[in-house]
Design a protein around this ligand. Structure first.
Ligand code: ADP
Ligand code: MG
Length: 161
């Protein structure tokens, strides 16, 4: 368990970027995609975290909340300076960044029907899921859970487990 208190959006972005660099350079098991399960209320900072994480990967498109379309798939460019930094230390190569927002779904089936199993099987995928508690049953066991809590004003608590 790793707890962080952020006082403003900039601190949250910095935290997300440091976390991204760390997790992307860590050795990982050969089992499937890297899945980050983001949980927390509206306005707690899930999308802010996702945007900062994507920046480290060099994703060029703008990351917006995909609430109305459930997910967006972004290519991770091969020639990003920062991408090379961690790729050099990684055996498997990440190619796609998936951003899910499952706020509006009514059952896990809706996600399964979008090819979920294939996505999380692929070593080349990084998958961030907002409102992941809604699909807890189909999250891979080795996913990283990140909890966001709205404290007073601009304060946010981020817990990683
Ligand atoms: P979510 O995706 O969880 O609904 P967002 O990241 O879209 O949350 O929104 C968070 C909102 O809160 C943004 O408008 C952001 O500017 C604001 N905010 C204020 N303080 C913080 C903070 N410390 N960390 C993250 N966001 C913050
Ligand atoms: Mg959001």
């Amino acid at each position: 368990m790793n707890k962080f208190i952020s006082n403003n959006p900039e601190e949250s972005k910095k935290f997300a970027q440091d976390f991204a660099e760390k997790i992307l350079t860590e050795k990982r098991s050969k089992k499937g995609a890297l899945v980050l399960a983001l949980m927390g209320d509206l306005g707690s900072g899930k999308t802010t975290f996702t945007q900062a994480f994507a920046e480290v990967l060099g994703v060029r498109e703008k990351i917006k909340s995909p609430t109305f379309i459930i997910f967006r798939k972004h290519e991770i460019p091969a020639r990003s300076a920062r991408a090379q930094l961690w790729r050099a230390r990684q055996k498997s190569k990440f190619k796609y960044f998936y951003h899910f927002d499952v706020y509006r779904i009514h059952s896990e089936k809706e996600i399964l029907n979008l090819g979920w199993e294939e996505i999380i099987k692929n070593q080349a995928d990084i998958v961030l899921v907002e409102w992941a508690d809604k699909i807890e049953k189909i999250l891979p066991k080795n996913c990283v859970k990140i909890m966001f809590k709205h404290l007073k004003g601009d304060k946010r608590e981020i817990t990683i487990s």
